[in-house]
Every structure is written in C-alpha cells, then in structure tokens.
Design a protein. Structure first.
Length: 217
C-alpha cells in the first residue's frame, strides 16, 4: 500500500471535504449510503460506466468483471448507473470476486443488490439505493476505465476516494498531496480542540474565531 493511501485511510470524509472546500475543489458527495459494513474505505479509483441495455447489442462480459480483474489490493471500484432504471449495478458474486482480489470496496452511483450477502462477506458496498432487480436485460457496461459522473463530480480512473458513514469524497490524483496536507492540519487542529475541552476550557473559547476562520482561503 502506498504512503498516500495509508495517509488517506487515517482521514474521515469530513476532514477531506473541509480540505476540498478550503482549496476550492469539488466537495464531498452526500446521499450515497454505506450498506454492508461499518468500515471506512479509501484507495485508488477504478471506474465503470453502465447504461440502458435497450437498443444495444448484448454485452460481451458481465458488468464490472473487467474492473475486478484489473484491480488489486486497496483499489475501490466506482460505478456510474444514472439511467433511472431500478436495476442493480452490483451484487453478491461481484463482492466475493472483488474481495478475493483485495479490492477495498465498491461505490455505486445507483442501486446495488445482495446487500445481506455482501454483509456476510464483510465487503463494503456504498450505493445510492438498493434493489432486488437484476441488471439482466435492463443495463449493461458501456465503459471501464473512462471518466464517470458521481453526484456533481467527474471521477477519473486513478483518482482517490474515501468513503464512510457520513459521505463519499473524491480527490483528483493531481490534487491529492495538497488535500492530504490540509486535511491532516484540520484533524490536528480538531484533536487539539478536543484536548482543550477535556482540560476544562469553555466551549465558547474552543469553538471561537480561530475555528470559524480555519477554512478561509
């Protein structure tokens, strides 16, 4: 595991989102929920784009299998399924295959299924929603490794992501070093605030002007 991913794993989405805000970068995405574990995940992004099957030739492979086979330890698969169809973009057998490859988890802009199966495996599935409806005849993979859209953020393969019980935050590869630096500063500042509260300092002083100005550019 690279030092970059190790550092990212120590941060929650709130710290990363605050750093993105401070740097004027696209911020964290809300509304994608953690369904199958209590784990925070962080890693390099592998992208998959899905679309409606109607009017397209039959798929040559099952969706997301190419990403799993190309992935490795600590990678995070991110799937775009913005068709509006209630059709699962991820399922239990995919979770098993990804887990065996060492993939850290999956994030789906759309529905996922087999949530209980993924929970039994301990494989983290983050998704916009969940469904029992199969992808068969409804959606298929149209691209792997190409830019996708998650919320209002364009996500490129090789970007970084952290996801937890609060949100999902993507960081472009070109920005990761400065985002980590700012986020680590924020975490250190908030840790010091906690220590001050435990030492008896009044809340109004701890949460004073310095805190309010912390994210100003």
């Amino acid at each position: 595991m690279t030092d970059t991913i190790s550092r990212l794993r120590q941060l929650d989405t709130c710290a990363v989102s605050d750093a993105l805000d401070k740097l004027g970068l696209p911020s964290a995405i809300t509304g994608i929920e953690r369904f199958s574990s209590d784990q925070r995940i962080a890693g390099r992004v592998l992208t998959v784009k899905l679309d409606k099957a109607e009017g397209r030739p039959p798929a040559k492979r099952h969706l997301c299998t190419a990403a799993i086979e190309s992935g490795g330890e600590g990678d995070v698969i991110v799937v775009e399924q913005r068709t509006g169809l209630d059709a699962a973009s991820w399922g239990g057998t995919l979770s098993l295959g990804a887990q065996l490859r060492g993939i850290a988890g999956v994030i789906v802009e759309g529905p996922a299924r087999d949530i209980d199966e993924s929970r039994e495996l301990g494989f983290p599935v983050f998704a916009r929603s969940h469904t029992a409806h199969t992808a068969r005849g409804r959606i298929l993979e149209v691209a792997s490794g190409e830019p996708i859209q998650v919320g209002d953020v364009t996500v490129t393969q090789g970007d970084y992501v952290v996801a937890d019980g609060t949100a999902v935050a993507f960081v472009a590869a070109a920005d990761i070093d400065r985002v980590l630096e700012v986020a680590e500063f924020i975490v250190a500042k908030e840790r010091a605030m906690g220590e001050a509260l435990r030492a008896g300092k009044p809340m109004s002083e701890v949460m004073g002007a310095n805190y309010e100005k912390m994210l100003k550019k």
